[in-house]
Design a protein around this ligand. Structure first.
Ligand SMILES: [Zn+2]
Length: 442
């Protein structure tokens, strides 16, 4: 057969080589983040897709309709919605414990596939392709094993120890429950794409996932500098997925870790200072996903209502990321505190930011003892005045007002308790309205 392999990473190349050895004609195409040229598919009789999972959706969206008749084999590991493949006549998933190096050396290996074609193209004396019809289960296995590998690294587990064996046992039980919740079959985890890949991935102490876990154990705010599949996988899980204990623990450490989120926001602000537009995700797809799965923002931010202080832009985030509370002079009263409590207690947010800014009209009015004719307004200015005390310059006044805001949060008993137990982090920020720069207030 004539096969087109899309994505010429080491894995795609290794699969292509096996098919060539099996007598097929293989053509490679390595553009992953753009459209596909017709010439690449013109003579193809089947397509193998081996591009990073984050590119698959966009890639398939642009896939020419007339080529959707071709059988498609997805060799990318990731939790993808089967809806993405609905326009294709024949679609299969291939997953399992295979490293390009070992495939190239013809080491005995078993992979799991949901398409008979994958078996026909790839099976050899040393490469067994076992079949199942549970595409959801296979995709879930390929995603979850990378997540559990992060925790294996965090714990520093060595493959030849009882602790490692026990960890695998627990992870496998959790995987089965999650697969079922995702609409797959628990027993798929007993196939090569499940247990075998889980053992191999968690035991690969040099892998990116494992090493990311190691770094995280040393520094809770550590962010990977390279694409780490397990992190991408964690972020791709449905937000409303009920998390069993081990997965929940990993999620709190990696995705919902207030120190790491804080670092990410500060890094994003560096980009903001020199950009002209915020290209964060506000797409229809995300709107639909958030509506369906509910909101799980990464941080609460209380800041000024000032139109020049837009937190979603300052931190370059799209929909569903920040739970934003804005009042003139970022004053936190009962109502604002209740909103914070809601986000923390009901949405699971663990980072609360209080952010004031330079050139703040409300703080300025308090500094200058402006007389307000409106009762409400003079009350608000009065509160800020009590925060800034004897400060005479604006930066000091703004910062004292920020500190007072943070204290107002801790005056709530349930929040104070969570802060004390390090479940929730309070961060204080000063925003320079002109430069766009953020300063951490100690
Ligand atoms: Zn202001």
């Amino acid at each position: 057969m004539k096969i087109t392999v899309i994505g010429r990473g080491a894995y795609g190349a290794a699969l292509g080589k096996i098919m060539e050895e099996n007598g097929h004609v293989v053509r490679f195409f390595d553009k992953v983040d753009g459209g596909i040229v017709d010439a690449v598919l013109d003579e193809a009789e089947a397509v193998v897709l081996a591009i990073p999972s984050e590119f698959v959706e966009g890639f398939l969206r642009d896939f020419p309709a007339r080529f959707r008749e071709l059988p498609l084999i997805l060799a990318t590991k990731g939790l993808l919605s089967p809806d993405m493949f609905s326009g294709f006549r024949e679609f299969g998933v291939l997953s399992g414990p295979a490293f390009a190096v070992e495939l190239n050396e013809h080491k005995p290996t078993t992979l799991t596939a949901t398409s008979r074609l994958a078996q026909q193209l790839l099976q050899t004396a040393w490469l067994k392709i076992e079949l199942t019809d549970d595409a959801k289960g296979v995709m879930a296995c390929g995603t979850l094993k990378n997540i559990y590998a992060i925790e294996a690294g965090f714990r520093g587990l060595e493959p030849d120890t009882p602790a490692f064996a026990e960890y695998i046992q627990t992870a496998l039980v959790e995987m089965k429950n999650i697969i079922q919740w995702l609409g797959g079959r628990a027993k798929t985890a007993d196939l090569a794409c499940g247990i075998l890949d889980l053992v191999l991935t968690c035991g690969s102490t040099k892998s990116r996932n494992y090493q990311f876990g190691r770094q995280l154990a040393k520094n809770p705010a550590h962010l990977p500098s390279v694409t780490t599949e397990g992190l991408t996988a964690l972020q791709s899980l449905p937000k409303n997925l009920p998390k069993p204990p081990l997965l929940s623990d990993i999620f709190q450490k990696v995705v919902n870790n207030p120190d790491a989120i804080f670092e990410q926001l500060l890094k994003a602000n560096e980009r903001y200072q020199d950009t002209t537009q915020n290209d964060a995700d506000i797409s229809r797809t995300l709107r639909t996903k958030l509506f369906r799965e509910g909101q799980h923002p990464c941080a609460v931010i209380v800041t000024c209502a000032d139109s020049r202080v837009v937190p979603e832009d300052i931190f370059m985030v799209g929909l569903g990321q920040l739970f934003t509370i804005r009042t003139a002079g970022n004053v936190i009263g009962e109502v604002e505190r209740a909103s914070i409590e809601y986000a923390v207690l009901h949405l699971g947010v663990r980072l609360v930011i209080v952010m004031g800014h330079s050139g703040c009209g409300a703080v300025g009015a308090a500094l200058e003892h402006n007389h307000e004719t409106s009762q409400d307004l003079s009350k608000l200015i009065g509160v800020i005045a009590s925060h800034i005390g004897n400060a005479t310059d604006e930066p000091t006044a703004v910062k004292r007002n920020i500190m007072a805001g943070a204290e107002a949060i801790t005056s709530d008993a349930s929040l104070a308790q969570l802060i004390q137990k390090h479940q929730v982090k309070i961060a204080k920020l000063y925003y320079d309205t002109q430069s766009g720069m953020i300063e951490v207030v100690a």
